[in-house]
Write a new protein. Structure first.
Length: 254
């Protein structure tokens, strides 16, 4: 549904108000809310972010909490559309200070946001239901392929000649392949592997080596927060906390 101009204007005023009623950390970093690091995310996208007992948890939530702790504030996960995150609008409009949502670094996204250091290396994969005639990426041309909108998986499937069907989040994507709305799904293997744990009738038929890296992001002008986030990420890599998180959520032993 399209919003009326009045509704859009009201939303803009709300965002402006949000941006002017923030606070500053002890180290001088400006935040949109006093005492909070507001983090944009898009659940369900397990294992990076998903809801558990009414709370957003996952790898990204744990990283957000660590960054917030080093800033001397608490973290608050703010659920919004992935399109808003990857386009940079959620950051530039003041919806959040930081975005952590399984975001793949791309050159296009670099033009609208600044990325932190990467914390997960990833690839794409093709997932199908049992009995599928699709045996790999070469069979995607002409097939109905489910993708999460505005992702690298969507672009890959389109380039492969698939008829892509967009889904707003990973939960809807899982339902689509389970109910036969789509013939296959293309997405990050870290996320598709999580689908396999909830449905043994699904299988990954091909992992596509893309060299993708996943990172957090801040608004292009927010260099102070970028530096602070990178400092926390570096410390987590150094003391083993990040390796522990990758093993806990992704099953990667280092």
């Amino acid at each position: 549904m399209k919003k009326a101009p009045f509704a859009l204007a009201a939303a803009a005023l709300m965002l402006t108000a949000c941006g002017t009623s923030g606070g500053t950390t002890e180290s001088g970093i400006s935040l949109i809310a006093e005492g909070k690091l507001t983090v944009c995310t898009n659940p369900p996208y397990a294992p990076f972010e998903y809801e558990e007992n009414g709370k957003i948890v996952g790898l990204d939530a744990d990283i957000a909490a660590a960054i917030a702790e080093d800033l001397g504030v608490t973290s608050e996960m703010f659920s919004t559309s992935f399109e808003g995150i990857q386009s940079g609008v959620a950051l530039s409009s003041g919806q959040c200070d930081l975005a952590l949502s399984g975001i793949t670094i791309t050159e296009e996204r670099k033009s609208v946001m600044n990325f932190t250091e990467a914390y997960v290396d990833d690839n794409l994969a093709v997932l199908v239901p049992s009995g599928s005639s699709i045996t790999g990426a070469a069979d995607l041309s002409g097939a109905k392929v489910g993708v999460q909108q505005a992702t690298s998986g969507e672009k890959y499937a389109q380039d492969a000649g698939a008829n892509t069907l967009q889904y707003e989040d990973n939960g809807l994507l899982l339902q689509a392949v389970q109910t036969g709305q789509v013939d296959a799904v293309v997405g990050n293997i870290t996320v598709l592997s999580e689908m396999l744990t909830s449905d043994e009738t699904l299988t990954v038929v091909e992992e596509i080596e893309t060299g993708e890296q996943i990172a957090g992001a801040v608004a292009t002008e927010n260099s102070a927060l970028l530096e602070a986030a990178n400092k926390t990420l570096a410390a987590m890599e150094e003391d083993g906390r990040m390796a522990d998180l990758r093993e806990k959520y992704l099953g990667i032993s280092e």
